[in-house]
Write a protein that binds this ligand. Structure first.
Ligand SMILES: CC(C)(COP(=O)(O)OP(=O)(O)OC[C@H]1O[C@@H](n2cnc3c(N)ncnc32)[C@H](O)[C@@H]1OP(=O)(O)O)[C@@H](O)C(=O)NCCC(=O)NCCS
Length: 182
């Protein structure tokens, strides 16, 4: 499965990607904001993740998409965008994302997330998307707001970061299909 934007390819991960995602995710500036990424992040961790994604890909209809972000001229996976917890009955799903620190603030993740929002509402026919972000995560809170998501509240001590062991309050952002159309 593959989606394309002007500058990016978003595609399912393969075992060959384990090497690329490994070097990018082994960075506490990234994993301190993610729920279940170990630090240090080893080749074994990356291979486990790719195998897990491959298992998930077999479930039809798909209940999650864990896309690797490929910047077209670079041709290797430099980040990830996940559409997870897809519930067709409820019409809901959750978004998560990261990108290598060297590529921050170039608009890449918002470009990819926009594509996935379109896909969620127009192809999967979902109604509502959620972004959960640690309250301390300026980048993700800023990104969610810049995409037009609405801050809906804070879940106290809802998340434990695997990399740091720290407990975080989690801000919840929601986007409805009717908001996205406007
Ligand atoms: C959060 C993250 C994914 C943003 O990716 P990115 O490609 O740099 O984001 P974009 O360039 O698309 O940013 C779009 C907008 O989001 C907001 N934003 C992004 N990073 C921000 C930051 N560090 N502080 C405040 N706002 C930020 C801005 O409004 C930005 O627009 P601008 O650059 O024109 O001001 C990236 O910083 C990252 O990988 N962080 C670590 C992992 C993480 O936090 N994942 C999310 C877990 S919920």
């Amino acid at each position: 499965m593959k989606l394309e934007t002007q500058r990016l390819i978003l595609r399912d991960l393969t075992m060959k990607d384990a090497r690329d995602s490994l070097k990018n995710l082994n960075n506490l500036n990234i994993s301190q904001y993610l729920l279940s990424v170990s630090y240090p992040y080893t080749k074994k961790n990356a291979e486990w993740w790719v195998n897990h994604c491959k298992e998930q890909q077999k479930i039809k209809p798909r209940t999650s998409y864990e896309f690797g972000i490929v910047i077209k001229p670079i041709k290797e996976v430099v980040g990830g965008i996940g559409l997870t917890h897809i519930d067709y009955e409820q019409g809901t799903a959750e978004l998560g994302y990261w990108i290598a620190e060297t590529h921050w603030r170039n608009g890449y993740v918002s470009e990819g997330v926009r594509k996935l929002i379109d896909y969620s509402f127009n192809t999967l026919k979902l109604r509502r998307l959620t972004i959960p972000a640690f309250a301390t995560n300026k980048g993700s809170n800023g990104l969610a707001k810049s995409l037009g998501f609405t801050y809906e509240g804070t879940l106290r001590q809802a998340a434990k970061c695997k990399a740091t062991g720290k407990i975080h309050d989690e801000n919840v952002y929601g986007l409805l299909k009717e908001d996205w159309k406007k």
